[in-house]
Design a protein around this ligand. Structure first.
Ligand code: PEP
Ligand code: MN
Length: 337
């Protein structure tokens, strides 16, 4: 439920509402708007709770939240969320571009590509140190050494580090180095992991599971939000369908749909979404045209020799071309990039 306070309700009246919500065994979450304050009452539905809260001083009305996800919903918060980490800003009509290799492979590889990406206009640096690989025999990532290299690349370029955390027990370690914690597609419904990244207080990039519905995706985000972390970006990275001309099918209607249902910013990953470097630029342009708040793309100085996902990685020259083309589209739809 949402308790909508009257304009100009006093702090004492708001505090009283919060106290009543907690006495009813619900959690309260305050959203201070420009005109009025609303207090969300979260938890299992209770008989009589609506009537009990409606009688409070300073309360205008109590409305049920219809969406199954609460804090992620535009019913609870109308103003759009903007996620910020160093120079990376995602949302609020500014498109954040996160680019980098699939995996951190070594010092010169990472520092060299980070410099090129910075010069080309990226604001975030991606690179996996802990890699979720389909086969247990594939390269699993450089782990903590990789995180150290990402921190060194940040120091040299100022780019915000975006890197995946795969296990709840790794959250403190990865959060020590990362500016944004990435939760991968395979882990979208790893609820203990979502709760731990929610507690970490670091911005999160949550990737959509390849078979997750929009409600499942938003409920996964809700696990992070309910821990008090409101800096969450949703990332469409393609879903599994019968189609096999691309690695995944990239549904771009996700972008406007999520803009209608949630205030959280939406990032698109055209690299995993297509699995083909030759398709990435066009889908990046289309993502911007659809209103994406951010892009995450794989770039490697020598894609042929990349340890993982080289076939979908752009060269630095192709990345520059993507930036130039996407900037034109961004300008056309009233966004900055
Ligand atoms: C990645 O970003 O390299 C990655 C593994 O992505 P996803 O979790 O979307 O498969
Ligand atoms: Mn990858």
């Amino acid at each position: 439920m949402i308790v909508v306070m009257k304009p100009g309700a006093s702090q004492q009246q708001i505090d009283h509402v919060i106290e009543r919500i907690e006495q009813l065994g619900l959690r309260s979450h305050i959203i201070v708007g420009t005109e009025r304050t609303v207090v969300a009452a979260l938890g299992e539905k209770r008989d009589g709770a609506k009537q009990a809260l409606e009688t409070g001083d300073g309360v205008e009305k109590v409305v049920p939240i219809l969406a199954p996800y609460k804090m992620a919903s535009t019913e609870v918060k109308k103003e759009r969320t903007c996620v910020k980490a160093l120079g990376l800003s995602v949302g609020n009509r500014r498109i954040g571009v996160i680019a980098g290799p699939c995996s951190v492979e070594g010092r010169s590889q990472l520092l060299e590509i980070a410099q090129m990406l910075k010069e080309a206009g990226a604001t975030g640096l991606r690179g996996g140190a802990f890699k979720p690989r389909t086969s247990p025999y594939s390269f699993q990532g450089m782990k903590e050494k990789g995180l150290e290299l990402l921190a060194e690349a940040r120091q040299q370029t100022g780019l915000a580090v975006v890197t995946e955390v795969m296990a709840p027990e790794h959250v403190p370690l990865v959060a020590k180095y990362a500016d944004v914690l990435q939760v991968g597609a395979r882990n979208m419904q790893n609820y203990p992991l979502l709760e731990r990244v929610g507690e970490a207080g670091v911005p999160v990039l949550l990737k959509r599971g390849p078979s997750a519905t929009m409600d499942e995706f938003l409920l996964a985000a809700e696990y992070i939000l309910k821990m008090g972390n409101s800096q969450v970006m949703l990332c469409e990275r393609g879903i599994r369908t019968f189609e096999d001309h691309t690695r995944f099918t990239l549904p771009l209607a996700t972008v406007p749909y999520l803009h209608q249902t949630t205030h959280l910013p939406v990032v698109v990953d055209p690299s995993h979404g297509t699995g083909k470097a030759s398709l990435v630029i066009a889908m990046a342009r289309a993502s911007v045209a659809a209103g994406a708040d951010g892009l995450i793309v794989e770039v490697h100085q020598d894609p042929e020799k990349a340890i993982s996902d080289g076939y979908q990685s752009l060269t630095p020259a192709a990345f520059r071309e993507m930036m130039a083309e996407c900037r034109k589209v961004a300008a056309a739809v009233g966004m900055e990039m």
